[in-house]
Design a protein around this ligand. Structure first.
Ligand SMILES: [Zn+2]
Length: 351
């Protein structure tokens, strides 16, 4: 089968002919119909977590059909439409046992550290990482359910958004940010303020429900948020920028802007992954009971709820998809994303 393999930082992926993966008794083989491209697939980025071996086939945002099932797998049949959740925990630690395998200290990621991913015609997946994809959801949308939609859903949960909370989302025009905007609105937030440096992305944030949009390239977003909230700041600020997103080069800056935008007694939630550090006055934590939380991945138990929200059109996925490419065009697709050619948003590979 055809697969796009990563060998070395800075080198293009190599399209190679490789063996179709052999599956274990508790695994399935998925024929890949759609696989999302993320900034972490660009071969110039420092990996989180670091890769242990190369070559590896990237691609963790996967949807397709079941091509083969392992001998101990029941209830899943050849031809079933499915999507993949990509975290594989150790299965033994307290985090895994409480359904939080995405923060297992030994977590692995399909398409990076667990095994080969979806930039290929077929991918091997543990049966626990497979979820049914209803006919109402296309493969292209299905590929994005666990990430970015699930990641945004979980962040809004971690933030504890309540009706009428004011919520500011930094990177609110990014793929995770757009999902977070929608989930904050579903939880009753008002207003939801989306902050981003890209106008075309902010337009989509507005389209899916943001009450206010702030272009951070046009001035200090903290001042703008203060002016929108009677100088108090928001109940909840969520940073979906970090170091990996399209605005990632801002790094620690947006973490600090998120914290500065949060009112007394409020909460800042950090989703955006990066190696950056940030500073905050310790006084704020005691004097203001200010909280900072992290959010990562999505519990597998939340995925059926997210699927039904998409089927019932409470969460939109289509507006974040901008480009489609074949597997042969993968390096061009990565270039489009890396250089921002033609206002890319989510790019989908169809192997
Ligand atoms: Zn574990």
């Amino acid at each position: 089968m055809k697969a796009a393999r990563f060998y070395k930082e800075g080198d293009p992926l190599r399209i190679e002919d490789v063996e179709i993966p052999k599956i274990g008794s508790r695994e399935v083989l998925v024929k890949v119909k759609a696989c999302g491209v993320t900034p972490s697939n660009i071969p110039y980025r420092k990996m989180i977590p670091a890769l242990e071996k190369v070559p590896v086939t990237y691609g963790h945002q996967i949807a397709g059909t079941i091509a083969e099932v392992g001998s101990d797998v029941t209830g899943i049949n050849k031809g079933n439409r499915v999507f993949v959740e990509y975290y594989v925990g150790c299965g033994q630690c307290p985090m895994c046992r409480s359904g939080r395998d995405y923060i297992c200290p030994d977590f692995r990621v399909i398409g990076k550290t667990w095994g080969d991913g979806g930039f290929a015609e077929y991918v091997r997946v543990p049966v626990n990482n497979i979820f049914p994809l209803p006919d109402e959801i296309s493969f292209e949308e299905g590929a994005l359910i666990a990430d970015p939609i699930g990641v945004g859903f979980h962040a809004a949960r971690r933030a504890g958004v309540q009706p009428n909370n004011s919520v500011a989302i930094f990177g609110g025009g990014g793929a995770v940010g757009i999902a977070t905007v929608q989930c904050a609105k579903l939880a009753g937030a008002d207003p939801v303020i989306a902050i981003d440096a890209f106008e075309h992305k902010l337009k989509i944030a507005k389209k899916v429900g943001a009450d206010e949009i702030v272009n951070s390239s046009e001035g200090d977003p903290v001042e703008k948020i203060k002016s929108l909230t009677g100088d108090k700041g928001v109940d909840i600020a969520i940073d979906a920028c970090g170091g990996m997103g399209s605005a990632g080069e801002l790094g620690g800056l947006t973490y600090e802007q998120s914290m500065k935008s949060t009112r007394w007694g409020g909460r800042t939630v950090i989703i955006g992954c990066s190696w950056e550090t940030f500073t905050c006055e310790a006084l704020r934590f005691c004097l203001e009971e200010f909280e900072v939380l992290g959010s990562h991945g999505v519990p597998k138990s939340d995925l059926p709820t997210i699927v039904s929200l998409i089927v019932n059109k409470k969460i939109q996925v289509k507006p974040i998809i901008s480009h489609f490419f074949s597997l042969d065009e993968i390096n061009h697709a990565l270039d489009v994303l890396h250089r921002g050619l033609g206002d890319p948003f989510k790019i989908i590979i169809r192997p």
